[in-house]
Design a binder for this molecule. Sequence first.
Ligand SMILES: Cc1cc2nc3c(=O)[nH]c(=O)nc-3n(C[C@H](O)[C@H](O)[C@H](O)COP(=O)(O)O)c2cc1C
Length: 173
Amino acid sequence: MQNSDAMPAGSAPDPTNQRAYRDALGRYATGVVVVTAREADGGGPLAITVNSFASVSLEPPLVLWSAARASVRHAHFTKATAFAVHVLGADQADLAARFSRNGTDFSGLSFTLNEFGVPLLPDALARFECATETLYEGGDHTIILGRVSRFAEGRKGAPLVFAQGRYGQISSS
Ligand SMILES: Cc1cc2nc3c(=O)[nH]c(=O)nc-3n(C[C@H](O)[C@H](O)[C@H](O)COP(=O)(O)O)c2cc1C
């Protein structure tokens, strides 16, 4: 059977087809989280918008996310001994955009600090406070594995979704 949308044989990823490679990866829909930590060397609150978050293990409770080595925030997050992950709701694309642009702009946001100085945002679908367990080399990213020390479910609502370069939400049929 012929199908004009049939999957082609495929290409090896290389520098000439990086856009196409990224587009193919972008077909995979993810949730969106904001990861927070305290800046290195006793600095202030820091945040970053992330879609590489994943649960790794239930027992022990381990999660991961990947930090781009090119990011000015990379050194802070890889030095941090604790961090928190906030799962965003569908109505929080503005918060995702804010912490994608700038990691230190907490203006107008209410937050508290946990015992490790990690900023905790009260408005999220769920939150995971973590202790940094292990860092792994991951090419142009560093994989940050964390052990969850505390978790909480927040308000109910649809999750914010990211796919094909755009924010969206799950529509129920
Ligand atoms: C939806 C979305 C997901 C992202 N996921 C990641 C991620 O998993 N890891 C990462 O290091 N940066 C990620 N970023 C990029 C950062 O949020 C931020 O834009 C980047 O760190 C900016 O560079 P700077 O830290 O040098 O200012 C993502 C951005 C968006 C909008």
